[in-house]
Design a protein around this ligand. Structure first.
Ligand code: AMP
Length: 226
């Protein structure tokens, strides 16, 4: 049975394919030129399955995929489960989860205090991460869940603040917002189904050590940075 690897589509996929290639795992055709979602590897020892990030922990928890590669932001937000182990930081897909407010926000808003009676409103798709962050600060906030498009919520007065992913900060800037506090530093992680870790131990450990070597080579090529 080939090892099934669930991959987070989008920028994580683009960054992890070269690392998988270094570990000898290459899809049998160009994943970007195809609408297929399941790709056997050239040597047919692996099966690559491409999906939305939020679905990766679900497939791995259920054992449908043995392994997953997904952003830590998704793992932080996923329902807690004992279904997988987080085994490797791939040191790719770097970004931050931050709070961001309008560029001209008053100091009280920067302390997450509401402008009027009522709760301070936080728009986000990171509901559970945000709840944890504001609870640790002892701040009562009203979380407004969104599927995306958080950046316009303050301008349209849906929210006082957003919690979102930032890389360069250009998207925030373009929408009149400024990054305020960092909640978490994010990178992509390799997760392994717990049962697969026992039943396919040798194959999985071999793959992890090849990927660990690829991570190390990249780190050295980048001048030992990060
Ligand atoms: P930026 O303008 O570079 O700060 O990018 C911001 C947008 O890109 C965010 O709204 C995110 O949706 C997306 N983004 C940036 N980095 C990542 C990442 N590593 N993983 C997923 N989404 C990201």
């Amino acid at each position: 049975m080939p090892l099934v690897i669930a991959l987070n589509r989008g920028r994580i996929l683009a960054e992890c394919l070269p690392m998988l290639a270094q570990a000898g795992i290459e899809p049998d055709e160009d994943v970007n030129a195809s609408r297929k979602l399941i790709f056997p590897s050239r040597r047919d020892e692996h099966r690559l399955v491409i999906m939305r990030g939020a679905d990766v922990p679900t497939y791995v928890t259920h054992g449908t995929a043995d392994i997953g590669i997904v952003g830590k932001d998704t793992l932080l937000e996923a329902p807690p489960t004992a279904g997988y182990y987080e085994r490797l930081d791939l040191n790719i897909g770097h970004c931050r989860i931050v709070t961001a407010l309008p560029r001209d926000a008053a100091p009280e808003r920067l302390a997450y205090q509401p402008a009027h009676n009522g709760a301070f409103r936080v728009a986000t798709k990171f509901v559970s991460v945000s709840r944890g962050f504001f609870a640790r600060k002892g701040r009562q906030v009203s979380i407004i869940p969104l599927a995306g498009t958080m950046e316009i919520a303050p301008t349209l007065n849906l929210a006082d603040c957003i919690v979102d992913i930032v890389d360069t900060g250009n998207t925030l800037k373009a929408n009149g917002l400024r990054e305020h506090e960092t909640i978490a530093h994010i990178s992509s992680r390799l997760i392994v189904n717990r049962a697969s870790m026992r039943t396919k131990f040798d194959e999985i450990e071999a793959l992890i050590s090849q990927l660990r070597a690829a991570v190390e080579r990249r780190r050295q090529a980048d001048g030992g940075g990060l």
